[in-house]
Design a protein. Structure first.
Length: 560
């Protein structure tokens, strides 16, 4: 065995062993030549699960789905050159969503950089705007450098591990240059270790006395966004004891609890003209989906408190008066107050509004024929065993408005809020959870490549495809009126695609529905891969949604 192969084998087997030691159990590999050493080492590890995906962009989003489904860090691996650039969209999403994605890009050795060699671009800092940590490993050398290489890998993994767990979670990037020949010695696979290390543990407490005088005996609101799978039961306990309403985003997972203090129709109420002014607001987790609620948060004079277990708080839509980096449960355990009758009346009025708004929403779902009616019917089909992954644009907004009486768990890519990789992320989640995807036709087209993972790995997924032949959300924006003559070409963007052919290509069954009556009586499959296409009209969707907002405006005259 040559000294180069020996050095290469020691390097990649050590690196993969360190990945395992710090909790990496799944790796999504996009095939290529330069990544051969690491790909073989991962495949040879007895306890690592590898997924093979030939499309790097979809592969990275598939990994995000694995993270969301398993709640563990996941790695992605690709060859050198433009292949790595395709990771950028998913890496930006993982940073903004605080998902522990380990990015492994193989590279040309240093002597082939910057001289026009094929598949050689500058990879050393290519994700610096989007990763929490990056390191360009040295090349495995033929000299006696094994001890140096191993200590370097151990040290860098130890430093990087703080970004895989706790409040610092986010993507990390290792760039690994390899010289040819690229095949490690598999007879030394005994070097692949399955030992684990003590993972970082974070605990931080903060004195809350500075805000107790501000919130004591006053009217407040709790607004809960996506809390990244944290236990937040103390939010409900505090709300129950102290009569504080909770405006719960669908990604908070609080709506399915059916707590009497949880308000789910706030977006519709604010759209209909609701005007309230509490004394204080406790914002929990990431920013909410509702544009109307975020606009109100920018305008209100209430004292705002932000609680996130994150060292870089998400201050949008407006910087809070005070911010706490701590566990949400720890925060609410430390709050001790005295109740008042004013608080009780404040809560009761919110509860009355919620009940009245829910009646209107349920009546709307029964009588409507637009996309929202189909979304409402879909929610009726889901149980506590189901996970609903929701695409951005109109689907997530319809879920925000209509998710009032459903026990399913709701997930979405709300970091960058884009339509990139939605299919792939849902398929990654489907590996670990029973998943249904709700998606529009443009987002579906954008990631049709991702469907290959279902075909290759027999991953079960139900896809409810809302097809209004274009970008439905733009009908709700000022562009519709201000640039009507250009609207359809620039924003509506109809494609006229027949997705039945897509289903055939990727071994999905296919059903098409043009009436809500036909869809209401369909049962979603419990296994296999299925596409349920729903044909709707963008202009009709806009009209029926506006009718719902008008109905709700009649019930918001209760003074809060």
């Amino acid at each position: 065995m040559s000294k180069h192969i020996e050095a290469l084998t020691n390097q990649v087997f050590k690196f993969v062993s360190e990945l395992y030691a710090y909790g990496i159990r799944e790796v999504v590999i996009s095939p290529g030549s330069r990544s051969t050493p690491l790909a073989i080492a991962i495949e040879a590890h007895p306890l690592m699960k590898s997924w093979i995906h030939p499309d790097e962009r979809s592969a990275a989003f598939f990994a995000l789905g694995l993270i969301k489904g398993s709640e563990k860090p996941v790695a992605i691996l690709c060859t050198s050159g433009s292949a790595a650039a395709n990771y950028t969209a998913a890496i930006s999403e993982s940073q903004l969503s605080h998902l522990p994605l380990v990015v492994l890009t193989s590279d040309r050795p240093h002597e082939l950089r910057g001289i026009g060699a094929p598949q050689a671009i500058n990879q050393t800092s290519m994700f610096e705007n989007f990763v929490n940590y990056q390191f360009d490993l040295p090349v495995a050398d033929t000299g006696d450098t094994r001890e140096y290489m191993q200590s370097t890998i151990e040290f860098q993994m130890q430093k990087a591990s703080q970004y895989l767990y706790g409040p610092h979670r986010g993507p990390i990037h290792f760039n690994l240059p390899f010289r040819e020949p690229l095949t490690p010695d598999l007879e030394k696979s005994y070097l692949l270790s399955s030992e684990t290390k003590n993972l970082p543990h974070y605990q931080k407490t903060t004195n809350l006395t500075e805000i107790l005088n501000i919130i004591q005996k006053r009217k407040g609101l709790i607004i809960v966004g996506d809390t990244q799978h944290q236990d937040i039961t103390q939010v409900l306990t505090y709300s129950t004891i102290h009569d504080v309403p909770i405006l719960a985003d669908p990604l908070s997972q609080l709506r399915k609890v059916h707590h009497p203090n949880v308000v789910s129709t706030y977006d519709l109420l604010y759209r209909a003209g609701l005007d309230v002014e509490p004394d204080f607001i406790i914002r929990v987790g990431k920013p909410v989906i509702s544009k109307k609620l975020n606009q109100w948060l920018k305008e209100t004079k209430a004292f705002q408190i932000l609680v996130q277990n994150n060292d870089a708080p998400d201050a949008f839509p407006v910087p809070p008066n005070v911010s706490y980096e701590m566990s949400i449960n720890d925060f609410f355990r430390q709050l001790s107050e005295t109740n008042t009758m004013e608080r009780k009346r404040w809560l009761e009025k919110w509860q009355t509004l919620e009940k009245q708004a829910q009646v209107e929403v349920k009546d709307y779902i029964k009588s409507a024929t637009d996309e929202a009616a189909f979304v409402g019917s879909l929610l009726d089909k889901l149980t506590s065993e189901d996970t609903l992954f929701v695409s951005n644009s109109m689907p997530i907004r319809d879920i925000d408005n209509l998710f009032i009486n459903c026990d399913a768990s709701i997930y979405a890519n709300r970091g960058a809020n884009g339509i990139d990789g939605v299919v792939s992320t849902a398929l990654g989640m489907a590996v670990h959870k029973k998943t249904t995807l709700l998606i529009g036709d443009l987002a579906f087209y954008h990631d049709m490549n991702g469907l290959l993972m279902s075909k290759l790995n027999d991953i079960s997924l139900n896809i409810v495809l809302l097809n209004n032949d274009g970008g439905g959300i733009f009908s709700y924006l000022p562009q519709k009126e201000a640039a009507d003559m250009y609207f359809e070409r620039l924003f509506g963007t109809p494609t006229g695609l027949n997705f039945e052919h897509t289903a055939l290509l990727y071994d999905f069954t296919f059903e098409r529905f043009e009436t809500i009556e036909a869809f209401k009586y369909v049962s979603l499959s419990n296994f296999g891969a299925h596409i349920y296409e729903i044909i709707t009209d963008r202009q009709d969707n806009l009209k029926q949604h506006q009718n719902l907002y008008k109905k709700l405006s009649d019930i918001i005259h209760v003074t809060l």
